[in-house]
Design a protein around this ligand. Sequence first.
Ligand SMILES: [Ca+2]
Ligand SMILES: [Ca+2]
Ligand SMILES: [Ca+2]
Length: 480
Amino acid sequence: MTANFAVGYALTVSKTGTGSVTSSPAGIDCGSTCSANFASGTVITLSPVVSGSNLFTGWSGACTGTGACSVTMSAAQNVTANFAVGYALTVSKTGTGTGSVSSSPAGIDCGSTCSANFASGTVITLSPVVSGSNLFTGWSGACTGTGACSVTMSAAKSVSANFATQFVLTVSKTGTGTGSVSSSPAGIDCGSTCSANFASGTVITLSPVVSGSNLFTGWSGACTGTGACSVTMSAAKSMSANFDVRGAITPVNLSNLAGAVGSTAYFSFNVPAGASNLVVKTLGGTGNVDLLVRASALPTNSIFQCESHAAGNNETCTFATPLATTYYILLDGILEFSGVTLTASYTSATLNNPGSLGFTAISMSVRENAGNAVITVTRTGGSDDVASVSYSTSAGSAVAGVDYGSVAGSLTWGSGDASDRSFSVPIINNTIRNQGSRVFTVNLTNATGASLLSTSNMAVRINDDEIISMPWLNLLLLDD
Ligand SMILES: [Ca+2]
Ligand SMILES: [Ca+2]
Ligand SMILES: [Ca+2]
């Protein structure tokens, strides 16, 4: 009988964290059996076994890295397996659209991998990925909003990403006028951006924007009427906004108007306060047009202040005391018509004309020994109603109290009074020679009842009155 004994060595496994290690060939199940003897030369493969959401983070000792650990038993070997506490991050997807979610650091690619375990304390950033007509509309669960989603793995976490399908909304414009269309929520500004994608189910309000002599006369397509329009994005939608030129010139006088049977054309004009005897007419040409007029809103065939529907084109609407508002005209093509003239006229209110207050010049001169500068203020262009204005002086090269005396006060006019008013500014004489001229200003302010002329400031020049001291000049004069 022969007994064979082989040389053997011990393989010892240690652990940090929670997990276990098995060996192939068997012998280690650590767990509880963390050391075993193997014959010299045997190659032992060690495998980490994790539990729950915990993580194997790598080998140390006789193995390194996180891959398979193989040791050759040429000596006693020690291997440490490191485990960390981990938590599951789970992503779900909701909504009518399709999309995927990826994570950084990697682990989630949902798509198909919608759950992964990450070490406690790791910060995970989730990003939505969309394509085609799909739209990411926001997070729920451990993230909110529509921006980047970061979660810190302090516990198991769940995040839901909502994807919607979106549909295109297209606005076109028709008519002879110009205008634009804007949307709320933003997206359409047509203008130039007449098409945009919106998430399924979104309610979009479209508003026409007109300026100057243009008029919005209504929607067609997915919108109707003449006001703001709301559509729900349950499919691709399109609508057309019609803008017409309005009769911006008041009174309206447009000629050679034409239209087909069933056509509608709109015009508008403004009537000022106090106007009377508004008359709107169509006349001339051939065919049969009817006239409808409405204050402050577009007329329809059932809502109007005046409808004139004679045979032919001669129609008249009269308003003895029109409102101070925009009046709208509808020309309704009962038959085809052409060569028609449209006029609107009214009598303007007789408005009081209180005229304007001001100086007659922008400058004047006075001699130093004149005693006073007498300043005249005129009321020109009208004299209705009472009027008043304040006057004052302000120094320039002329000094108040040295060259002139400051004054301030007011001038008044009664209704119908257009006569001149004046005030005096004392001029201070002296005996100083060769002073040249000095200037101060008189000013008009706070006009009431009447307006101020542009000549509301005037420069007053004080000229020296002393004999010029030039001996050679005296000699020259004596020479005669
Ligand atoms: Ca008619
Ligand atoms: Ca003098
Ligand atoms: Ca002087």
